[in-house]
Write a new protein. Structure first.
Lengths: 395, 389
């Protein structure tokens, strides 16, 4: 046998060829999945036909016929459709998520910083809060706030009243509500102009500082534009808003802003729970900035305030933002626990009542999942974009 | 120039020079010891003093009422709600521990038939042995421990808990299970299934085969993008539609499938992070010595990747353990549900019954979760130490 004959790839059975194997594995996997999907669909069709349950999205425009305790858009049992109920639920979910995110961020940052405080007592109390909250299930906390705290509040007749016509009782939280008259559009417009102007000013100030080294009072001007402009517009438009005070009657409270006890319990629970997780994120972020950075800033002559603002926070934020977003998503997903305290969120209305009434499990569960999935995917897309923008540019 | 003599005495003309260092003076009394510590950590500046006073006020406001509620005003024994009602000679009633004592066995076993409860006890014991074996990193034959924990215990406990009339264990329907038993079963099934499935999904996500990768990514991102409640709903109302009527799984099984799916997706991301931390050279080295894919993963990559992810795996388990409370939504009597049912039972309905029930449940979950997180911290510290050779 000559050497020439031995060169070239050795002859092996195609069974041992990685490419052939890889294709075979993938074909088998696809086959199994397709088979499972096919049999699932066939079984579902059989089972639905036997139970005489309609399929498709025809139920969307049918009259719902049930009431919802909190509606941000117009809805009534007689005229509301299932589709309308869906939007009511979705808006309620977004309301809880939005308020919860703001409150949890405040709690989280305060506690996270307090845990790093040089004050021993403060640091220990914060640590205790974080450990206690993180190790007890959220559902248990929600039930506690709702059943053991809010339901145990005095009833309407002996409700706690705070100055400014604020009432707290086992039917909820009542406070004065702003009532807007025409002319408010003007104020809203001024606010939008103020926000856009403020950010434009910030960009301009930064560019000028980079070019000439001159600093502008950015915070002051931004504050003036965002707060001052709408206030001025408010007075120019002739104060088109009044406060409506709740009036306590014998059997109910009329007027004003009514916040359901379910919403209060949900917000307290979600805020305290997510706040504890955010505190850990913030703490880790601050600890991730090495001491050398603070010391170098001190060596350059920066005082504590500018050191934090210019050196520590920008670097800590880079570490904090991604897990913080995760916590925001978790809060949004956890708001589905509303169903356990009876707050009418998307899951309670749609996966609960609508599913029970129509029996169309597949469609209803799929729509609900699609909503949460799109919230998650959109948020993570925005986050990836933001992340790539602030990420450390290395050599 | 100072010239010291050999004996340490100084030449008389230069006696202003010391030959021996001065004894160090003790630090000012106010900066050392207890006083110094208190000053430095509590009263170092006006702002700090204000913080200390505010925090102390918060503690004084919160802690004594809790202690009064839990201990001094608590009711420790009694037959029914009468014991826990406020009366003339006891206007302030704290926690109604008598209620917890009365319902204790219901909290543990749910409605599991009383003569068969020894089977549950054996299950707990078997599980405890497995957990200690797995968690104790110096235990002998941990490979056998893994086999015991992931294979033997599941089979034995399935037979033990559901029953097998052939060997004299009568069948117990899963609808009778409840309490801590169900909480432990659900979280343990999640733990046992999520790790292997999670590893497979993580490997799939890093695979070079497009179909495998796509499937893994879709599954992981889908499950992680939706709340657990909707996954449970899916398992509970959609799963029965997808299988032929005859094989319709029972309620507990449906919830277990949902939990296992959910936990696997989260576990996959944890394992993936561990896989990414393994240097490329390890893969190349394994291939260079002629190992196939599975041999490479089993012998070289996974042992290293899993070791560094132990803390994160345990943290995922903590999340899973807390999440088991959500199975209530599909009608299963887990521990929290038994507390919920008992607290509204007319026999025990008293003003403080609810708070007592929740306090007891919180204590239960806290002990388990805090224990697990301490363990994760310990392993983390150990790994950090072993890195510094």
């Amino acid at each position: 046998m000559s050497i020439a004959e031995q060169s070239g790839p050795p002859k092996v059975s195609p069974i041992y060829d990685p490419k052939v194997r890889s294709i075979a594995y993938q074909v088998i996997l696809c086959g199994v999945i397709l088979f499972l999907a096919y049999s699932a669909v066939r079984n579902a069709a059989d089972n639905l036909a036997r139970a005489k349950i309609a399929s498709g999205f025809g139920f969307w425009n049918q009259t719902a016929g049930f009431d919802i305790s909190q509606t941000l858009i117009e809805y009534s049992a007689n005229s509301g459709t299932y589709g309308r109920a869906f939007w009511v639920g979705l808006l309620n979910t977004l309301l809880v998520a939005a308020i919860g995110i703001v409150l949890a961020t405040i709690v989280g940052f305060l506690v996270g910083i307090a845990r790093l405080s040089r004050n021993w007592l403060m640091a220990k109390v914060s640590a205790g809060y974080v450990e206690l909250i993180r190790n007890v299930p959220l559902l248990l906390q929600l039930l506690f706030w709702y059943n053991a705290v809010l339901k145990a509040l005095p009833d309407l007749r002996d409700s706690w009243s705070l100055p400014g016509s604020i009432y707290l009782n086992n039917r909820g939280f009542f406070s004065p509500a702003p009532v807007f008259q025409s002319g408010m559009e003007f104020v809203l417009g001024a606010f939008i102009v103020g926000v856009i102007g403020a950010f434009a000013f910030r960009i301009w100030a930064r560019r000028r500082q980079e070019a000439t080294g001159q600093q502008a009072p950015v915070l002051l001007v931004m504050f003036g534009l965002i707060v001052g402009l709408p206030v001025i517009a408010f007075f120019i438009a002739g104060m088109p808003a009044t406060l409506e005070f709740p009036e306590k009657g014998r059997f109910n409270i009329r007027g004003g802003l009514e916040i359901l006890p379910e919403l209060v319990a949900l917000l307290i629970g979600l805020t305290l729970y997510t706040g504890a997780f955010i505190a850990e994120v913030v703490r880790a972020g601050i600890l991730a900035v090495s001491r050398g950075q603070t010391e170098a800033a001190g060596a350059l002559g920066l005082r504590t305030g500018p050191t934090l603002q210019l050196v520590v926070i920008p670097q800590a934020m880079r570490v904090i933002i991604p897990p913080l977003t995760n916590q925001y998503l978790n809060l949004t997903k956890n708001s589905s626990l509303a169903v356990f305290v009876g707050y009418p969120d998307l899951v309670q209305i749609f996966t609960g009542t609508v599913l029970n009434q129509t029996g169309q499990a597949v469609e209803v569960v799929m729509i609900t999942m699609a909503v949460y999935l799109s919230i998650s995917l959109v948020t993570s897309m925005v986050m990836n974009w933001y992340n790539s923008r602030i990420a450390l540019v290395e050599r | 120039m100072a010239i010291a003599t050999q004996e340490g005495r100084i030449d008389a003309r230069h006696d202003y020079v010391r030959a021996a260092p001065v004894e160090a003076m003790p630090a000012p009394g106010a900066t050392t010891g207890v006083v110094g510590w208190i000053r430095a950590s509590l009263f170092s500046s006006p702002g700090n003093i204000v913080l200390t006073i505010l925090t102390a006020a918060l503690i004084i406001l919160v802690v004594p009422p809790i202690i009064e509620f839990m201990f001094t005003h608590a009711v420790w024994s009694g037959q029914d709600r009468e014991a826990c009602l406020p009366s003339a000679d006891r206007p302030e009633v704290g926690a109604c521990w008598a209620f917890v004592r009365d319902r204790f066995s219901y909290f543990i076993y749910g409605s599991y038939p009383i003569p068969e409860r020894w089977r549950v006890d054996i299950f707990f014991a078997l599980l405890a042995i497995g957990i200690v074996w797995m968690l104790w990193l110096e235990a002998p034959r941990r490979d056998l421990g893994a086999l015991y924990f992931f294979v033997i215990v599941p089979i034995v406990s399935y037979v033990l808990l559901t029953g097998w009339p052939l060997i004299g264990l009568r069948n117990v329907d899963t609808s009778l299970w409840g309490g801590v038993l169900v909480t432990i079963v659900v979280s343990w099934v999640g733990i046992v299934f999520s790790l292997p499935i999670g590893i497979l999904l993580a490997l799939g996500r890093r695979s070079t085969m497009p179909a495998v990768k796509l499937f893994s990514v879709i599954f992981i991102e889908f499950v992680r993008g939706v709340p657990l409640i909707t996954v449970l709903f899916m398992a509970s109302v959609m799963l029965p539609l997808f299988v032929p009527d005859a094989y319709s799984p029972d309620k507990l099984l449906r919830a277990l499938i949902g939990i296992a799916m959910f936990a696997s997706a989260y576990m996959a991301e944890v394992v993936r992070a561990g896989l990414q931390a393994i240097p490329k050279g390890q893969y190349e080295g394994a291939m260079a010595v002629g190992l196939g894919y599975w041999q490479m993963m089993y012998l070289i990559i996974l042992p290293q990747a899993l070791k560094v992810t132990i803390p994160n795996i345990v943290n995922t388990y903590i999340g899973l353990f807390k999440d088991t409370t959500l199975v209530v939504i599909v009608g299963i009597f887990d521990f929290l549900r038994t507390v919920e049912v008992s607290r509204i039972d007319p026999k025990w309905a008293a003003p403080t019954t609810s708070a007592t029930g929740y306090a007891f449940a919180a204590l239960f979950y806290f002990i388990f979760c805090y224990g697990m997180s301490r363990y994760a911290k310990g392993v983390e510290a150990r790994l950090a130490k072993s890195d510094h050779r």
